[in-house]
Design a protein. Sequence first.
Length: 167
Amino acid sequence: MIVNPNHNIIQTRKPSMGLNWRACLVVMTASMVFLCTSVTFAREPQAKLSTIPLEIGGISIEVEVASTPQQRSRGLSYRKHLGANAGMLFVYQKTQQLVFTMRETSIPLSIAFISEDLVINDIQKMQPWNREHYPARLPARYALEVNQGWFERHGIKVGDRLKMAIQ
């Protein structure tokens, strides 16, 4: 209520916040549901990718092939286990300096960085849930992630060559 200088009372209404407030609440609730759902889905491992057999130093291994940017980005993130003789091969269009991280990966892994002519030029151990970067010692076209210690257990070392059906 407002009183003017002539002492007349002017009735005023409070602005109605009902519709605007409700609309705002609906938008905020929808946004929270979307964000929570997105985070939940983002923390799921990607579906198993197509596999190919590899041979390294006479040892056979079945690997999933991550060849698109999305597949390479997700990699083995959020996987709970990796088979004893399994891994993931990251395939790039050209040889380049590769850098990996384990920030969303719960499995201890070893990684081999592999040249275009399929020679292992670096092997590193990577720790789970680690934000550390693991750069390749030399430019590489491929990277192979396996359970930590797999290369050592099978006597595979830098300089060994992979055999695979596709390149």
